[in-house]
Every structure is written in structure tokens, then in C-alpha cells.
Design a protein around this ligand. Structure first.
Ligand code: ATP
Ligand code: MG
Length: 572
């Protein structure tokens, strides 16, 4: 390719709206443009990168025994009603109607569509296991699209689905897919971590996320350096404390706390540590059957609630903070509420229950209680781990302190079990001729988000530094001055020879200043730049410069192809 013909306008300035490096650089390097919020055009350079990533994914999926197909983007509502997700999916689902008023959505994911296909095409155990995948646009009307390709409303996903006769077979495929994912992300030069995660709206019971470690990652991860435990913060657990030896605890004692409403204020007022307190939070909980209830959650004073864990503990659909008016309806004073005498549904964290005594609200405006003994003075409706785990908390497996770090979720794999097949009647006949529901797994990779993640881990002040595997072109040939005939000739010759050899090469034949070309090459991030300038030509050499560290090799022009191939083979 010749740069003079390439549709690739680079920008010197950072676009104001882009907050993170990958977003800025994808604009500045001419990889993409914005059409609407969270909706992007991929320009030729950006599209080449995406196709590289897709090709690596295809190779690894095919090697893992998956077959590629293409499902429709437009999906009928009726399919989603079979699993209940038409109602459940919420506002993220992009819905539309045809001219007859029939309801459809733009696929945010494809479990229903693939299960519908497989229930028609698969009837016997002999056809199993079956792994199918596609690479395609997905649509999610994200509440806050941001960070460019990281959280878009239209994005490219690889989604795979597997079908099995039993759990053991699913387990094997799940492991194989995890290995394929690890190879994909390693080949893309990513430093990533596999973490236990929460199943969320997809459902199922076992799931892992592939997280690219990056400062700008939206996910908080907790890792144990001693035993390797790793979990998304939504899911992370900590080793529960040993219950304190049961000492004598005097009966609860009411004491005045005028104007005290928060744990901090209570701590200041009493001079006691928030750990000695129990705080009560009120939540509005929506259940799957449409029921809504106000539920109280009890945590140690210094802890935060993990709403995802609470939601799971209750088997609920959604959990949100209850508005003060609702708490008022319960007849409780917001700043002095507590578990003693509380008549509603109370979920207590085991950490509170392990305390021998706590300070809590007295359920009377302006009063709190000392010497409240959990289990004696109140009994929760449910004791469940509902707290947010924080860095420094003990690892649930080995007790070492957990480390907190941030990650970009580039992929997620789920063991779905029979959730979809049972809801949709997708069965197969086993050896005995009995109809049994298919056991399923599903496996996603955010293709465009992965491109952003690569940039987050591979850039510097000058621009992107592509790993060879994802680079739009591996080599950029830069004649310093195209008006110089000799330079132009040598550059053209190298370009022809490299193209002939099948190397991915861009010739910067633009008649602009050398500085501009160098800056663009660094900004776009080609792994190698081959500089053809009169000075080195006088010595019979051109320069091969590695973007990653600026190292330079002087090479005679007719050896460039050989050297280039050697560099790639040696991964220099
Ligand atoms: P997130 O928690 O980030 O919203 P998700 O868990 O809802 O993502 P999945 O349903 O697991 O996403 O989708 C598979 C993959 O698709 C994700 O791992 C992620 O890489 C990618 N992805 C999901 N949502 C988006 C989005 N809005 N923009 C770009 N990529 C996305
Ligand atoms: Mg996910």
C-alpha cells in the first residue's frame, strides 16, 4: 500500500472528548471516526487491525474444534420471550418493529437464536458435542457509552456456543475454550488475568472473565499473589473472620446520639472504630416474578455492600438503594435504624455475625445501642456474604492479603447448563432414546474492545506500538525526501521486493517533510520503519528501526527482505 493513496488522516492534537489513551490514539492515528455516541466507522488502518485480531481468533477457534457460522443480527421478540429475557434484558436492548408492528431487537448476544437453530438441527447424541461461533456486530444501548471501542453501542464480538450431552463434556470444552482464549490473548501481546466472575444477565453457574491489566480498566480485580486466586470485585470473596470467643456481653444499652446519622459521625461521637459498629442499609429488590420488596442489609461499619452478591443471595433480578421515603414508610429513622426489633427481611453479612458485640442504631431518632450481640439480640432472616471485598482483605483460599488491580474485560466464558435448552425445549435423544435437555456453554470475546486493550498496553508518548500480530502493516518504508531520485528509486525497489515476498508493507510516498512522516509512523505504530535517506545510502545502507525501543539496524537495500523475514522469525 502507498500512503499517498491511503485514507488515513492523522491528527496532531488530542480530541477533547477522548479520555483514555486508546480512544485518543484510535482517532489520532486515523483508525476510526465517530458517527454517533458509541457508534464508530473503522477506517482502512483500523479495519486491518480488526481483521488481524479476527483471524487469530478464527485460527484458535477452528483449532479448538469450533465451526464458524453467521446468525442474523435482527432477532424476533418471541424467541426472547421463551426464556423470559425480553422483559429481563432491560433498556440495553435495542428494540424495533417491522412495518406490521412485529417486535424485534438488534442482537445484544445470541443464546436464544443459536438455541433455536440447534433445537431444529440437532436431535441425537451422535451430533454432540457441537461448538459454533460467529464474529459479528452486537448492539447494546449502553447507558454510558464511553472510552471509544471499550464501551460502544455497536461493537464486534466473537460469540461461541457449545452443546453437550452432559456436564463432564461441557467441562472439557470449557477448559479447551479457556486455553484457546489464553492463546489468542497471548498472541496479541496482552498481559491478562483470568478471573472468577458473576454470571449476570446471561445466567448459568460458572464463569470466568479474561481481563487485560490496565489502569483505565473499568473492572476492579482482586488477586492473590500467593495462591493465584483471582476474581472480579463483583464476585470476590474474602476469608471470613473466626468468630470471637464468646465473652460476657451485657444487655444492649440505649444511649443518646443527637444529630448523628452516619457511621463516620457515630465513630467521631463515640470515639470507637467503625469496625465495632454494624450498619444497616435499605434496598429495593426486584424479583423475577415482578414482586418488589424493601430488604435491609447489615454490614460491619467499615464495609461497603456488594449489590451483586446481595442480588444473588436473594435470587433477585435487581437491587437498588431504597429511596428515603420508602424507609420512612417502614417507620424507621434513617440515621438511627438498626437490626434490633427490625421486623422486615434482614440479610446479615457473616462478618457482623462473627462479632461478639456491635454498636447499632436503636430504631429511635437520635439513639443508638451499645452491647448488641448478634444472634442474641437479633436474628437475621438470612446470613450471606454480601460485602465488597477490598484490597488487603484475606484471600478466601489461603488467607494472604488480596491485591487490587484494574482490568479491561476482553472476554468471558460461561457454563450455562440447561438454562436455555430447558426454557426453549432444546433436547437430544440419548443412547436409550430418551429426550434430554442439551447442556450448554457460551464464550464471548469483544473484538473491538480487544483492539483498544492492545493499545492501552502498547503505546508511548508518540503513539501506538503494535505487536506484529495486530499491526495494520508490519513495515513502513519512509524515503526521507521523495524529490531525491535515488532515495525514491531505492524505496520503490525495497517496496516491490517486500510486497513480492508477502511482507505487509506500507510505502510512505507522500511528498511531505521527513519529520511529518516519522511522526505519523510512530503515531500509527508500525512495528518497524525502514528509513531510506541520502546519508546512509552514501554508505550503501538503509536503516531498519524498531518502534518498540528505537533500536536501529543498518542494512544494505538488497538484504532488506532477508533481514525483515529474519526479524519476524526471531521476533526481534
Ligand atoms: P461489560 O461487563 O463490560 O458490560 P458484558 O459482561 O456485558 O460486558 P458479555 O456479554 O460478556 O459482556 O460480552 C462478551 C464480550 O463483549 C465482553 O467480554 C466484552 O469484551 C465485549 N463487550 C461487551 N459489551 C461491550 C461494549 N458495550 N462495547 C464493546 N465491547 C463490549
Ligand atoms: Mg461479560
Amino acid at each position: 500500500m502507498r500512503f499517498s493513496q491511503l485514507l488515513a488522516n492523522t491528527w496532531r492534537e488530542d480530541p477533547a472528548e477522548a479520555e483514555i489513551p486508546s480512544h485518543r490514539l484510535m482517532f489520532r492515528a486515523g483508525l476510526m471516526r465517530k458517527l454517533a455516541s458509541g457508534i464508530y466507522t473503522f477506517l482502512p488502518l483500523g479495519w486491518r487491525v480488526i481483521r488481524k485480531v479476527e483471524e487469530i481468533i478464527r485460527e484458535e477457534m477452528d483449532a479448538a474444534g469450533a465451526q464458524e457460522l453467521l446468525l442474523p443480527i435482527v432477532q424476533p421478540a418471541e424467541l426472547w420471550e421463551e426464556t423470559g429475557r425480553w422483559a429481563e434484558y432491560g433498556e440495553e436492548m435495542w428494540r424495533l418493529q417491522d412495518r406490521h408492528g412485529r417486535r424485534f431487537c438488534l442482537g445484544p448476544t445470541h443464546e436464544e437464536v443459536i438455541t433455536d437453530l440447534v433445537r431444529q438441527e440437532v436431535s441425537s447424541y451422535r451430533q454432540l458435542p457441537l461448538i459454533l461461533y460467529q464474529i459479528q456486530n452486537k448492539y447494546r444501548d449502553e447507558i454510558r457509552p464511553r472510552f471509544g471501542v471499550m464501551r460502544a453501542r455497536e461493537f464486534i464480538m466473537k460469540d461461541a456456543y457449545s452443546f453437550h450431552r452432559d456436564e463432564a463434556c461441557l467441562q472439557k470444552t470449557y477448559e479447551r475454550m479457556c486455553e484457546a482464549y489464553s492463546r489468542i490473548f497471548s498472541r496479541l501481546g496482552l498481559d491478562f488475568q483470568v478471573v472468577e466472575a458473576d454470571p449476570g444477565a446471561i445466567g448459568g453457574y460458572r464463569t470466568h472473565e479474561f481481563m487485560v491489566l490496565a489502569r483505565v480498566g473499568e473492572a476492579l480485580l482482586l488477586l492473590c499473589r500467593s495462591c493465584g486466586y483471582a476474581a472480579n470485585a463483583e464476585r470476590a470473596e474474602a476469608r471470613p473472620p473466626e468468630p470471637l470467643p464468646a465473652g460476657e456481653v451485657p444487655p444492649p444499652e440505649r444511649f443518646p446520639t443527637p444529630g448523628v446519622r452516619t457511621i463516620e459521625e457515630l465513630s467521631r461521637f463515640t470515639g470507637r472504630d467503625p469496625r465495632e459498629m454494624a450498619k444497616i442499609l435499605f434496598l429495593r429488590v426486584l424479583f423475577r416474578d415482578g414482586r418488589e420488596e424493601t430488604v435491609a442489609a447489615l454490614l460491619r461499619g467499615d464495609r461497603e455492600l456488594n449489590p451483586v452478591k446481595l442480588k444473588n443471595a436473594l435470587g433477585a433480578l435487581a437491587v437498588e438503594k431504597a429511596p428515603p421515603s420508602l424507609v420512612g414508610e417502614l417507620g424507621l429513622p434513617l440515621g438511627s435504624a438498626g437490626p434490633v426489633g427490625f421486623g422486615g427481611f434482614l440479610v446479615a453479612d457473616p462478618e457482623v455475625m462473627a462479632q461478639d458485640e456491635v454498636i447499632t442504631g436503636a430504631n429511635e431518632e437520635g439513639y443508638h445501642l451499645l452491647h448488641v450481640r448478634p444472634g442474641r439480640d437479633f436474628s437475621p432472616s438470612l446470613t450471606a456474604d454480601i460485602r465488597a471485598v477490598e484490597p488487603g482483605d484475606p484471600c478466601p483460599r489461603c488467607g494472604s492479603p488480596l491485591e487490587g488491580t484494574r482490568g479491561i474485560e476482553v472476554g468471558q466464558v460461561f457454563q450455562l447448563g440447561t438454562k436455555y435448552s430447558e426454557a426453549m425445549g432444546a433436547t437430544f435423544l440419548d443412547e436409550e432414546g430418551r429426550a434430554r435437555p442439551l447442556v450448554m456453554g457460551c464464550y464471548g470475546i469483544g473484538v473491538t474492545r480487544t483492539v483498544g486493550a492492545i493499545i492501552e498496553q502498547h503505546h508511548d508518548g508518540e503513539g501506538i506500538i503494535w505487536p506484529v500480530s495486530a499491526a495494520p502493516y508490519t513495515f513502513a518504508i519512509v524515503p526521507v525526501n521523495v524529490e531525491e531520485e535515488r532515495e525514491r528509486e531505492v524505496a520503490e525497489k525495497i517496496y516491490a521486493a517486500m510486497s513480492e515476498a508477502g511482507l505487509e508493507v506500507l510505502l510512505d510516498d507522500r511528498s511531505v517533510r521527513a519529520g511529518v512522516k516519522f511522526k505519523d509512523a510512530d503515531l500509527i505504530g508500525f512495528p518497524y520503519r525502514i528509513t531510506v535517506g541520502s546519508r546512509s545510502l552514501a554508505q550503501g545502507k538503509v536503516e531498519v528501526r524498531r518502534r518498540r525501543d528505537g533500536e536501529v539496524l543498518a542494512v544494505s537495500p538488497d538484504r532488506v527482505v532477508e533481514v525483515a523475514q529474519d526479524l519476524l522469525a526471531r521476533r526481534w
